[in-house]
Design a protein around this ligand. Structure first.
Ligand SMILES: [Zn+2]
Length: 151
């Protein structure tokens, strides 16, 4: 077996020392940031290994907030650029995905399989609701954002 080459670098967000592999990938045990050469090169682009952009992650961390939780704009931009994303609200996971059959954007409650359909991402931004409240207005209660994991 080939020996893996590991080295220690400073986390791009919190400056904690983290171990990275030969591809420059590693996870910060302090702030949870997934180290990425690509996001370092493009610090304003969200959705590169982490959902928040590097610059927003740094801002959030310095404000005492989570480095890995995306604000609404970063979350939407990640959907636009990369497709399937998910968030957790009130301990329920919701997926956002594109339905090729209906050509609509689907907001999926992963627990109940309930779906809401939207004609466009703008329609989603303006009208997506959970429990009668606009998602954009209650985004501050979201506890996790990620690329869509297995449903
Ligand atoms: Zn860190």
């Amino acid at each position: 077996m080939k020996k893996e080459i590991k080295r220690m670098v400073k986390c791009d967000v919190c400056k904690n020392m983290i171990e990275i592999d030969q591809y420059g990938n590693g996870e910060c045990q302090n702030c949870g940031w997934l180290q990425s050469e690509e996001s370092y090169q493009h610090p304003n682009i969200p959705g590169i290994r982490n959902i928040p952009s590097l610059n927003n992650a740094i801002k959030q961390y310095n404000n005492g907030e989570s480095a890995t939780l995306a604000n609404f704009n970063d979350f939407i931009e990640t959907y636009n650029n990369y497709g399937e994303v998910e968030f957790t609200l009130n301990n329920i996971r919701y997926g956002i995905l594109y339905d090729d059959v209906t050509n609509k954007i689907e907001l999926l409650n992963i627990k109940t399989n309930e779906k809401q359909l939207f004609n466009s991402i703008d329609d989603f931004i303006l009208n997506a609701q959970i429990n009668g409240m606009l998602l954009k207005d209650i985004w501050g209660n979201v506890t996790n954002t990620d690329f869509l994991q297995d449903t």
